[in-house]
Design a binder for this molecule. Structure first.
Ligand code: ATP
Ligand code: MG
Length: 386
């Protein structure tokens, strides 16, 4: 008997009300759970579809108590949820992932130390917290990317650096907060792996995803036989499993990798939650990453996900809502006329350039078919071909 089993009919909670929380809520509700979301925004995408919505800050004692009162277990949907809030909740309820794992993922320096401990290579890097560390950076790290150690996402808090002079100016611009300088690598591709790990240590994974980023934001994900060479696939899965096991992780974890010119694989970063690059699983796989999150949280069994359709995912950013300066709704009817298109919109009330508004999953009988339909959809929407 699994002592952690939480049966449908109970309430599952999530810290954060963004799109990932919304898709978790949908998956939990479909399986017969009630849901509660903690997010201060009354219009948050997840708050608006959840049975309960606690509208307080993430560290508000009353809010946290209210969430713990109504939930049998609690998860998180964004990595910047304060780790102390998870520790407070964990005194009363099972919390997955745990505060310790989230705290490591929140800090690029600790994250890289963990990767190395697990024997997984990352880009050469240096910590910059002091003037002395800034001055003693090795030449080999330039050109590089300066990244804030904490609170970065979608390429925010990052600056590309060519010279020492630029490095000093960029660190000033980032208010001299703790940063990591990474050597700029020549990438031939990027990929990611989503794993789910139960409290008993059982692990399953989605097939690795090939990702295309534009301007530091994920633009396109493709999943199908041959998109990533088989030996890289094995390595990426092994590395991701080692990283999850090393954290004694419970929940869904995504690890992003760079593929270099010589075929070697280098880890970029991890997200302690479902990930944008795993959204294809909602339509291309028999178990989505959000169902995996529900299963790990509720102590339900994990079965190996089976991809049933080659899938291409297009991210739908707020830019698509503008024709020049005029805001409009993108031509959904024309897109949905294409067979195999599945539209997911997050219910955000206003569009802004770069804001993640939704995604379009395109499934096909073959990867070629999914790709050609996705390219047709991209042309209709005004997304650059890939
Ligand atoms: P998110 O959390 O949304 O994935 P982020 O802000 O944490 O993004 P990173 O994943 O660190 O950003 O970087 C964003 C993108 O910038 C990467 O996917 C990659 O395309 C590029 N990039 C980052 N670091 C390097 C590097 N060392 N060398 C080459 N390209 C890089
Ligand atoms: Mg990233």
């Amino acid at each position: 008997m699994n002592s952690r089993l939480i049966e449908p009919g109970a309430t599952l909670g999530v810290m954060g009300g963004g799109q990932l929380g919304r898709m978790f809520v949908h998956a939990a509700q479909r399986m017969g759970y009630f849901t509660a979301v903690l997010d201060p925004d009354p219009d948050s995408p997840a708050g608006r579809v959840s049975h309960h919505h606690v509208q307080t800050g993430y560290l508000d004692e009353r809010g946290l108590a209210q969430l713990a009162d109504c939930c049998a277990a609690i998860t998180t949907e964004f990595e910047n949820v304060p780790a102390p809030a998870l520790s407070v909740l964990a005194q009363r309820r099972p919390v997955a992932p745990g505060a310790g794992a989230v705290a490591i993922a929140q800090d690029r320096w600790r994250e890289k130390a963990h990767f190395m401990q697990c024997g997984v290579a990352c880009a050469p890097y240096a910590l910059i917290e002091t003037q002395q560390q800034l001055e003693s950076v090795e030449d080999a790290l330039l050109p590089g990317i300066l990244k804030t150690a904490r609170l970065g996402y979608d390429g925010k808090g990052q600056q590309r650096i060519q010279t020492r002079q630029q490095l000093a100016a960029a660190w000033d611009e980032l208010q001299r907060v703790p940063c990591v300088l990474e050597q700029m690598l020549a990438l031939v591709a990027e990929c990611s792996v989503v794993v789910a790990r139960g409290a008993d240590g059982a692990m399953v994974h989605l097939p690795p995803q090939l990702n295309l980023h534009r301007g530091g934001i994920l633009a396109v994900t493709q999943v199908g036989a041959g998109v990533i060479p088989d030996d890289r696939v094995r390595l990426a899965i092994q590395a991701t499993e080692a990283i999850a096991a090393g954290l004694d992780y419970v929940g869904v974890l995504c690890v992003e990798f760079f593929v270099l010119g010589d075929g070697s694989l280098v880890v970029n970063e991890m997200a302690p939650r479902p990930h944008n690059s795993g959204h294809w699983s909602m339509d291309g796989c028999d178990v989505s990453q959000f169902e995996l999150q529900v299963r790990t949280l509720a102590g339900l069994p994990l079965t190996a996900p089976r991809q049933h359709s080659p899938t291409v995912m297009l991210n739908l950013l707020g830019d698509l809502w503008f024709e020049g300066c005029v805001e409009r709704s993108p031509p959904w009817a024309a897109v949905l006329q294409l067979p195999g298109t599945h539209l997911h919109l997050y219910g955000k009330l206003s569009a802004r350039p770069g804001r993640k508004m939704g995604h379009l999953n395109v499934t096909g009988a073959s990867l070629e078919q999914a790709r050609s339909t996705a390219l047709a959809a991209a042309a209709i929407l005004g997304i650059e071909p890939f």
